[in-house]
Design a protein around this ligand. Structure first.
Ligand code: ADP
Length: 461
């Protein structure tokens, strides 16, 4: 008798190597264990003390502290997977999570990459081809051509005029908030293009640029999707990630406040349609700018995101488990009709950094108090005595709350922040406490520029 996908799925792998560090390594390990899977943790020399190493079935040091020689070292990770007998690799976020060549190398080594196929990553990793794919699937995009900018200055000027100033120049291979430049008017257009092209060549290895309308007061809204290998896809509601500093998210929430279901519904369905068209597998996020009641696609993240917990708390779906099950070949166990989002959730990113200057702060955590209670979740890998290393991202914990309404969730976050103490290093907790007292934020009257302006006003006061 032929095997059903369900029967063969569990055979795809029983051991997962987690190619990441910090809070997300701990989070993925928990999901694996709950699914009855064995885990292999890896570390650099700086992370030998990682607590998730002690609870893993195997723990291997794969290289020196610098990420390029450890968490980004593809050969070392593949060797560790072979030595430890892993059948799959979970890349987490950052590092190699959106590296199509790595996804390909993992599959060529006979292992399962817990994520989409290398070709989906490649299409979505290039912002121009992503925009083209989205337009073809009927997803609304920011006004501007879905082709790379040519070299001819006159043609570039004509494109900018057609879009209308201000425009934004973006690197096709850009990421992490880099490789973008706003052009307010025509006289600085060519200079902006030359600078961004050079930056793109150096940082992303490709000089390819594109141009689109610069939206002046948008909110950043995103849609979470989950797809299996059998032609099923659902969206799990939306998030607002407008609270950004230097294009980096600081506070996220689900759902995005004040967006009527009949406005977001067609966008969610278009995202699902796009996934089906490109044969997408696993979890992903479609990022949009939202201005004057309209949505404009900016990019897709083909991986698990830092802010996935706010969607987990509102949808009740364990996104990491669902992602692993999809990679195992299981049929998605929910349909769109099963997805209901309830209540409101906030996430604060707790960073080891100075709350005024935002400079990273490394050192030993001498004292740690974490909040607990109904509707409070903390995702972290740190403990008292943990040494925060200067080598990596400054995220040390995520504080997540859930409550029936947005106002109640804000109150819960205030309480949770009041109950969080990290001694021995500086953190952004004082800044987050002040932000949750802000009136405009409480009223939901913010856009992507709000946090920077709020910081400027605070500094001036
Ligand atoms: P990255 O891949 O570097 O994160 P994105 O394309 O997701 O880049 O954009 C990051 C942020 O830059 C957005 O959240 C938004 O704040 C700003 N941004 C990007 N495109 C535009 C645009 N067309 N108009 C206004 N702001 C933009």
């Amino acid at each position: 008798m032929p095997e059903t996908p369900e029967q063969s799925a569990t055979d795809r792998f029983d051991t997962v190597l987690i190619a990441n560090r910090g809070e997300i390594a701990a989070r993925i390990q928990r999901a694996c264990r709950e699914l009855g899977l064995k885990t292999v943790a890896i570390c650099s020399e700086a992370d030998r003390q990682a607590p998730y190493g002690k609870t893993a079935d195997s723990f291997l040091c794969i290289g020196p502290s610098t990420a390029a020689k450890s968490y980004l070292n593809q050969d070392a990770i593949l060797l560790a997977a072979r030595l430890a007998g892993a059948g799959a690799i979970h890349p987490g976020y950052g590092f190699l999570s959106e590296n199509a060549a790595f996804a390909d190398a993992v599959e060529k080594a006979g292992l399962v990459f817990i994520g989409p196929t290398a070709s989906s990553i490649a299409i979505m990793g290039d912002k121009i081809s992503a925009k083209r794919a989205m337009m073809a699937a009927g997803v609304p995009c920011v006004p501007g051509p879905d082709t790379a900018l040519p070299d001819d200055p006159a043609t570039i000027e004509r494109i900018a005029l057609e879009i209308g100033y201000p425009v934004i120049i973006k690197a096709a291979g850009g990421g992490g908030g880099r490789g973008m430049r706003v052009v307010p008017k025509a006289d600085v257009l060519h200079e902006a293009i030359a600078l961004t092209r050079e930056e793109a060549r150096k940082a992303f290895g490709s000089p390819s640029l594109y141009m689109e309308k610069f939206l002046e007061h948008p909110r950043h809204i995103e849609i979470q999707v989950i797809c299996d290998d059998h032609g099923n896809a659902v969206w799990l509601g939306h998030r607002d990630c407008s609270m950004q500093r230097r294009h980096q998210k600081v506070v996220e929430e689900a759902p995005a406040a004040g967006i009527a279901p009949d406005i977001i519904q067609p966008v969610g369905l278009a995202c699902v349609q796009a996934c089906l068209q490109i044969g997408y597998r696993g979890v992903g996020t479609f990022e949009f700018l939202y201005e004057d009641g309209a949505f404009y696609f900016i990019e897709m993240n083909t991986r698990l995101q830092v802010e996935h917990p706010v969607t987990e708390l509102t949808s009740g779906v364990d996104i990491v488990q669902a992602q692993i099950r999809a990679a195992q070949g299981h049929v998605l166990d929910l349909t769109q009709g099963d997805v209901t989002c309830e209540g409101h959730s906030f996430e604060c990113r707790i960073n080891a950094e100075d709350p005024e200057t935002f400079l990273p702060s490394a050192g030993v955590v001498t004292h740690l108090a974490l909040p607990a209670g109904p509707g409070i979740r903390v995702d972290t890998h740190i403990h008292a005595g943990y040494k925060v290393s200067p080598y990596y991202d400054s995220l040390i914990a995520k504080l997540i709350v859930h409550a029936p309404t947005r106002a109640e969730a804000m109150a819960r976050m205030r309480e949770a922040l009041a109950g969080t103490e990290v001694g021995g290093i500086s953190t952004n907790i004082p800044f987050l406490r002040a932000l949750f007292e802000d009136g405009a934020f409480a009223r939901g009257e913010t856009d992507i520029h709000y946090l920077e302006q709020w910081l400027k006003l605070r500094r001036a006061a």
